[in-house]
Design a protein around this ligand. Structure first.
Ligand code: ADP
Ligand code: MG
Length: 701
């Protein structure tokens, strides 16, 4: 354990650091110990193994290295225009080195007629190449030689640069650290894993991630450290999942009975899709296994998750248990209630709706019915997780639109029983596989990857401001056919005020173009009181209003099958998955539906790709993958609150294969040795225990 203590040494004790630099390192980069410095990985490396000749230089070259003699050091210009210039000659030609800042310091350090290795970007000026602020090395000096091959570049802040604690200094400090005789990293992966995954030992990886001896070694070091990072996340998730399955016995929902069968045979108004059937089988296998189900059901908007939820709840009811479904808003709960009561109309099923606006009298009755067991199926909002809601015997809890629910809220649901109920979490936000594995790695995942037959794919078009008249004509035509229309305005926090102005302006304009009483328009936005919002929504749901002008509050779950046009204003300001979510509000009925993306002419490359992707595909998973690549995992919907994604080196968009291997390896180990008690896993366990103690781990799922 000696090297552990070594790595915990405060950073001020590193040779070359001292109090001032230590302060900076702590404040600016959060580097407190030797360990922290080692984990400040380079953001890239620069190949300095090649030396170019002056005569070969061209303007296309990025960074190059030239070796030559410095002469004719001179100060040119006045005041602000002042600069230090020196010639560099290498026998093939002459170039100039230029400094605009730190002139005094460079002038003192630079020696006439001495040979230097210079490194920088060549630019052509007056037919002579020059390099501004080049890096200088003394090829004779032993100390400098060490970095001259593949040089690490570290991120530093402006404040650090101002105090001459730059990438170069960090490199030297890191080199000092790994050169101490005490330096070494404790291996945390079992030998067998190093062998099967072909991974470099840990100490070697840390040396090579900073100072690779070749490009190949750099790649190996990266692979090893990425694997390690992903592996411990997976190990923790799977360990957690395993621990949960040991602690909790699941309610055994053995039989398929009257409720399920009569619904399936008599009341289900359509044939289930293959995907719906498959998912139901997966759920069925879970709930009769004797273990608690924790399943995430992903399915694109309109893929038919509700009926899967309902049939799962009927399984619970058939076994004498109650079931509930919780939705994030009043409107959605209301809709679920209507859908479910309609679908199960002729059945002997007692279904109740409990929300914040349920009257006291009805509420009392419902609470009594839940407690006595006369209510079989409860639908509602957050109201369901309040303390007063006591089930007689809750067998299955379904949570719709998962990302609007906090983790703690989910956990409260299952404290409602002696045994925790089975939990089915449904989300319409497709999550790329790698993300799902990391975010929900402790849940089992089912996917509905097929839309019901006969659904007409939504037609998506990208339109510019100059097409607006035609768009308005199109809207009138659709309304004349009895359709309804959404118009959505973007909302970003920094300029909230302005956005509401835009929304109001948009509303006023639409009102002029679509005058009352012929046209009815409603408006909803996040700043409205819930009651007002619900009333406006209701006007649209009921068909009274033709157009709904809204911010993204309509994103989640609202189902108005008669709405066939979604117009998204300033579409370039939305992320891909958000655009897709919005589009999912239409295309729910039998009519051909349309999504129109309105933008200005000037679009960045990313924005263009987003518009193109939307026009090209309706597939949520494809869109999610592209979104992940464009934005990185931290920006994706529903991932923000999770510390799981603060990865140091691995990249969920790029390292999918490695993640799969890490997951498989972790699963293999947890299956064989869930307590990590085998002597073979001693190194692993030691590290794992420390790791789980220190890292943020707030997810309960
Ligand atoms: P989501 O997955 O977005 O929650 P819903 O459950 O609201 O989707 O289903 C969307 C619509 O598709 C509903 O009107 C529902 O009745 C219908 N639906 C669901 N499954 C099928 C099916 N297999 N065949 C035809 N229509 C279906
Ligand atoms: Mg839904």
């Amino acid at each position: 354990m000696q090297s552990m203590a070594f790595l915990d040494t405060p950073i001020e004790y590193l040779k070359g650091v001292g109090t001032n630099r230590a302060e900076l390192l702590k404040k600016e980069l959060g580097i407190f110990t030797f360990h922290d410095l080692l984990f400040h990985f380079p953001y890239r490396h620069i190949d300095r193994s090649q030396i170019h000749e002056v005569s070969e230089l061209s303007e296309e070259m990025a960074y190059v290295q030239v070796k030559g003699k410095v002469s004719n050091i001179r100060l040119l210009g006045q005041k602000r225009g002042q600069r230090l210039v020196a010639d560099l000659t290498d026998g093939t030609g002459r170039m100039e080195l230029v400094w605009f800042q730190g002139i005094k310091w460079v002038r003192e350090a630079l020696k006439e007629n001495k040979t230097y290795l210079v490194f920088g970007k060549p630019t052509l000026f007056n037919r002579t190449f020059n390099m501004a602020h080049p890096t200088l090395d003394d090829p004779e000096q032993e100390a400098d030689k060490k970095y001259l091959n593949i040089m690490p570049m570290y991120s530093v802040t402006e404040r650090m640069k101002a105090k001459s604690l730059d990438t170069r200094t960090l490199m030297k400090l890191t080199h000092t650290l790994i050169s101490y005789p005490e330096f070494g990293m404790v291996e945390n992966l079992p030998d067998s894993l190093l062998q099967t995954q072909k991974l470099m030992p840990r100490t070697e990886a840390f040396i090579n991630i900073h100072f690779p001896s070749s490009h190949g070694m750099l790649a190996e070091a990266e692979k090893r450290l990425k694997f390690e990072e992903l592996f411990f996340i997976q190990l923790r998730l799977l360990r957690y999942k395993h621990a949960r399955s040991v602690v909790y016995n699941g309610i055994r929902l053995e039989k398929i009975g009257e409720a399920f069968n009569s619904f399936y045979n008599q009341y289900l108004p359509f044939e289930l899709t293959q995907a719906q059937k498959r998912v139901l089988k997966e759920i069925r296998a879970d709930v009769k296994s004797g273990k608690q189900m924790n399943r995430l059901l992903q399915g694109d908007v309109g893929s038919g998750k509700t009926v899967v939820a309902l049939m799962s709840m009927l399984m619970a009811i058939d076994n004498g248990y109650q079931a509930c479904i919780m939705a994030p808003t009043e409107i959605l709960s209301q809709q679920h209630f209507e859908t479910i009561t309609k679908l199960t109309g002729g059945m002997q099923l007692n279904v109740a709706l409990l929300t914040g606006s349920t009257s006291t009298k009805v509420r009392k009755e419902i609470l009594a019915g839940i407690a006595s067991g006369t209510i079989h199926l409860l639908i509602g909002t957050h109201a369901l997780i309040e303390e007063v809601v006591q089930f007689q015997n809750l067998g299955l809890a379904v949570i719709d639109e998962q990302h609007r629910f906090g983790v703690e809220q989910r956990a409260k649901l299952w404290k409602k029983n002696q045994y925790p109920p089975h939990v089915l979490v449904m989300t319409a936000t497709p999550i790329p596989r790698t993300l799902a594995m990391t975010l929900y790695g402790d849940l089992d995942v089912s996917v509905i990857d097929e839309l019901p037959a006969g659904r007409k794919p939504i037609k998506t078009e990208h339109r510019f401001e100059s097409n607006r008249l035609r768009v308005i004509g199109f809207m009138r035509e659709q309304i004349a056919r009895g359709r309804q229309i959404y118009i959505v305005y973007p909302l970003i926090e920094e300029s909230e005020k302005m956005d509401y102005m835009n929304l109001q302006q948009g509303f006023d304009e639409i009102q002029k173009l679509f005058p009352q009483p012929q046209y009815q328009i409603c408006m909803v936005h996040g700043k409205m009181k819930t009651a007002d919002k619900d009333r406006e929504m209701q006007r649209f749901v009921s068909g009274e209003a033709h157009i709904m002008v809204a911010t993204t509050v309509i994103e989640v779950g609202v189902n108005v099958p008669n709405a066939s046009v979604m117009i998204i204003e300033s579409a370039e300001r939305f992320g891909l998955s958000q655009l897709h979510q919005l589009r999912g509000r239409v295309g729910r009925g039998a009519e051909q539906s349309y999504c129109i993306l309105m933008t200005g002419y000037k679009l960045g490359n990313d924005a263009k790709l987003r518009m193109k992707t939307m026009c090209d595909t309706n597939n949520g998973f494809e869109i999610a993958e592209i979104d992940l690549k464009l934005r990185g995992p931290g920006e994706l919907e529903g991932t923000q609150q999770s510390g799981v994604l603060d990865l140091r080196i691995a990249d969920l968009a790029k390292d999918q294969l490695l993640l799969q291997h890490a997951r498989d390896a972790a699963r293999y180990i947890i299956d064989m040795d869930p307590e990590l008690s085998s002597p073979h896993h001693s190194k692993l366990k030691l590290y794992f225990d420390a790791y789980t103690r220190q890292s943020r781990w707030s997810r309960i799922s």
